[in-house]
Design a protein around this ligand. Sequence first.
Ligand SMILES: [Zn+2]
Length: 309
Amino acid sequence: MDIKALLKMSQQEIKDAALGLNGAREIVGSTGKSSVIVQGTVPFVLMAHMDTYYCDEPKTIIYERGRLSVPKNSVAGVGGDDRCGCWTLFKAADWERSPTLLFCEDEELCGTGSSPGLHLHDWSEYKCFVEVDGPGYGVFYSGSTSNSTLDSFMENELGLTKQLTSYNDIAEICRPGNPPGITLGAAYYNQHDASREWISEFGLVVQLEVLKQMVRVIGRLDWSVVPQVAKSRWRTGSCYSAYSHGLGHEGERVKGKKPELGEQATVKIINEPTEKHSYDYGAMGECELAPSCSGCKWEEACGYDIYAA
Ligand SMILES: [Zn+2]
């Protein structure tokens, strides 16, 4: 699929296209939203989220010397987060040997999309999860969803640079007992900022080559599951997007200062419980009740190792 065409597609259009892939089926999470899963032949799961931070898709894409962006006055950003990930999954669908693909719905709405509850499925045939959804390329993002076996493979065998984790769908799925997961840099930059977000076309190619190498050698990764971690330390960066977005796609944006890396702060719910959230902040943090956000208390936010989602 052409990246420029994909950037202009809605979440539903991407979902329909994913459902059109050979062997695709829907898999429903605990919030009732569904991911699209396409069974592969290589034992890892390649993931991306189909929504973006913005309310709309861009009307015009500018291509200039390998950079994809939008005109200065565009309300919608280019949406590389995470259309770059979706593009990668569609590419992988054409490979002779492909990982299992998982297209997730509504990651940007405080993680209340299709991913909550998916950790209850049997993922035991897989070695790891890779969500293609992070800024830059040649980097991966690791944290409580990963373990030393996977981190070492990414760093010492693939030669990628390890960075701090951010919240996305793997935080919902890579719970203790499930295979580990990391986020792979998806060649976008300045996500969640319409006038500054851009995509590196070159980075997209590099990132595909990383995944092709993973397809070739993933069998060497020791079979491993995420080590048990204390529940209170489990979630990192939960609801960062709700914090960042205000009410995500539907509501009024909450104003306030952007937190610093690793900043600790309290996150207080103003409106709850609905699928639309408004937060007084603070900063992003974590909460053991956060999987659906509805009804979560947010009494305290630990906020370690958190950085831009
Ligand atoms: Zn994302």
